[in-house]
Design a binder for this molecule. Structure first.
Ligand code: SF4
Length: 286
């Protein structure tokens, strides 16, 4: 295959041709996503396409929300914890087990990925608040699934709009059940896509798992022999089992994978991650 290099003026003409059919406002927006590389000064060329910007209706508008980023990608695949979709039932239902992030385990005993837990908000909860309901749900979860290793609260839009104090519930319930209960402020209206949900969820791993003031999360880690070859795989949520393949390749070259998350991951692996010598970040394109 050969690549034809166009003179700059001619290339500019091609760009004009591409964007001319758009309405004025959309044209201005789309122009920012197309750029011409100056052969003489390639390093001066602006990076395109623009990312982390709001979608324009009709143009690449199929994107998830912050809740989807946290529930579907970062927290949801952590299999031995229970993730409550906190808010109306629809968000939880439509994010229920739809991502094929594979895991091994016994459902309802040490894995909960294919189960859907929701607080099923009704108008009454929106008007009077849902904190009491959340407390009750966590108590019920503890009664029905006592082998869960911890609980996360995945906030849907109404939670942020009505200002429920999920952090207070999480602190109180963490003490009561002596496990991490992690409040995640991933309401869908935040940010421009599900990407912010990834950031928010990862921040809660730092603040509520690595540095939890309510429970000693270190107790939830496993003893691992110290080795210069201990590594963690971070950022692969195991769609169709791809993280298992990465893991196998790394183990075949004698690296010791002590943590893998979030796909097929566990609380114990999250806790162990700071002990490793290298984090192998996987880039996930969304
Ligand atoms: S945008 Fe809000 S209401 Fe819609 S799925 Fe996301 S959290 Fe739920």
């Amino acid at each position: 295959m050969t690549t034809e290099v166009l003179p700059k003026e001619e290339a500019q003409g091609v760009v004009e041709e591409i964007v001319q059919s758009y309405p004025k406002k959309a044209k201005k927006d789309r122009e920012k996503h197309i750029n011409i590389v100056d052969e003489n000064f390639p390093k001066d060329t602006k990076c395109v396409p623009k990312s982390n910007v709001k979608s324009r209706p009709g143009v690449m508008s199929v994107r998830g929300c912050a809740y989807a980023g946290s529930k579907g990608v970062v927290w949801g695949p952590v299999k031995d914890m229970i993730h409550i979709s906190h808010g109306p039932v629809g968000c939880g239902y439509y994010s229920w087990s739809g991502r094929r992030n594979y895991y091994v385990g016994h459902t309802g005993i040490n894995t909960f990925g294919t189960m859907d837990f929701t607080s099923d908000f009704q108008e009454r909860d929106v008007v009077f608040g849902g904190d009491k309901k959340l407390t009750k749900i966590i108590e019920e979860i503890e009664m029905l699934f006592p082998l869960n290793k911890g609980i996360t609260i995945q906030s849907e839009c109404p939670i942020g709009l009505i200002g429920d104090d999920i952090e207070a519930v999480a602190r109180q319930m963490s003490k009561q059940v002596n496990k991490p209960v992690v409040p995640v402020r991933c309401e869908g209206f935040r940010g421009v896509s599900q990407s912010l949900g990834h950031h928010i969820a990862n921040d809660t791993i730092r603040d509520w798992i690595f540095e939890n003031k309510q429970v000693n999360t270190k107790e939830f880690g496993q003893d691992i022999p110290d080795s210069p070859y201990n590594i963690a795989i971070i950022g692969d949520y195991n769609i169709g089992g791809d993280a298992w393949t990465s893991r196998k390749i790394l183990e075949d070259i004698s690296l010791n994978v002590v943590a893998q998350w979030s796909g097929d991951g566990t609380l114990s692996e999250l806790v162990n991650t700071p002990k490793v010598k290298l984090n192998d970040y996987t880039v996930t394109v969304l």
